[in-house]
Ligand binder design. Structure first.
Ligand code: PMP
Length: 299
């Protein structure tokens, strides 16, 4: 069975899923998106993802031609159409076709695209051994210039970080803001653990408000951890007991070396492992059910 992609009200094959070169998403990166995951037929934190999408769209004055409830249905239908229970879902809303000028008001209807694919999981060894990361020279977009809270199709800031990471021979890299505080990585939020307390940068420093980040904060607090959203520097990262990253694709992944400094004992730490475990238990039971008659439905 081929893969079906939702494009503006219909399902088309992967081969037929084409966008116009006049779409301002192509010409200018004008649009918004979400990366979402389904686990065992549950779409994890779908409402939170849709809220973030609609907020991003509102800020760039992009009117999504579906209500949030309709969008929820479209996503579930895309999974059903592709017979997927575990999937990575990419939801894109582009500005739509316009002329070559920058003006978004020349564009027609925004285009909604939903792609659902079986997830290419990160290799197990990343979780077992942890990641090495570096700090890059590229600074995070200033929130007062272009808010990183807008999950837009303009990802050049992050792509520059990926390039630096690649040149340094690592998978992820840490960005600072223009004041030199740690903000996040190219596609993941960052946490550190010191004396049993969790720290993550406040989003006003310029981080995306990660859905996984928020889920981990909530889970950790339920487990009795103190979680502080406060600014920290590279010093605090280097001297932390544990460092980990969170993101829809990565879930919770330990960082064991930063800029050549070994974190803790150089192994994924116990708090990181506890939180990953708790997260993996949460994702299979929580979320919007795609298949109403799931045999493994809980509760
Ligand atoms: N930061 C950035 C820059 C991201 O692109 C992402 C998501 N891909 C994240 C953090 C993590 O966010 P989430 O947990 O919502 O996937």
């Amino acid at each position: 069975m081929g893969q079906w992609i939702f494009m503006d009200g219909e399902f088309v094959t992967k081969e037929d899923a084409k966008v116009s070169v006049y779409d301002h998403a192509f010409l200018y990166g004008d649009g918004v998106f979400e990366g979402i995951r389904a686990y065992s037929g549950n779409v994890f934190k779908l409402k939170e993802h849709l809220e973030r999408l609609y907020n991003s769209a509102k800020v760039i004055m992009l009117e999504i031609p579906y209500t949030m409830e309709e969008m929820e249905q479209i996503i579930c239908e895309t999974l059903r159409k592709n017979q997927l229970e575990d999937a990575y879902i990419r939801l894109v809303v582009s500005r739509g076709k316009g002329n070559l000028g920058l003006d978004p008001f020349t564009c027609g209807r925004p285009q909604v695209i939903v792609i659902a694919e079986a997830l290419a999981l990160y290799p197990k060894e990343y979780y077992e051994k942890g990641l090495e990361i570096v700090t890059v020279a590229t600074r995070r977009n200033r929130p007062d210039v272009l808010s990183p809270k807008i999950k837009s199709l303009n990802y050049l800031n992050n792509i520059l970080v990926k390039i630096e990471a690649h040149l340094a021979g690592v998978k992820e890299a840490m960005m600072l803001n223009t004041e030199g505080y740690v903000v996040e990585c190219s596609g993941d939020n960052i946490f550190l653990v010191k004396n049993g307390v969790l720290y993550t940068p406040p989003t006003y420093l310029g981080a995306l408000e990660g859905i996984t980040r928020n889920a981990i904060i909530e889970l950790a607090r339920e487990k009795g951890y103190v979680v502080k959203e406060e600014p920290f520097t590279q010093y605090d990262v280097y001297t932390a007991d544990e460092v980990f990253l969170t993101g829809t694709a990565a879930e919770v992944i330990a960082v064991v070396k930063v800029d050549g400094r070994v974190i803790g004992d150089g192994q994924p730490g116990p708090h990181t492992q506890t939180l990953l475990q708790a997260f993996r238990e949460l994702v299979v039971t929580d979320g919007v059910k795609v298949y109403p008659q799931q045999k493994y439905q809980v509760g």
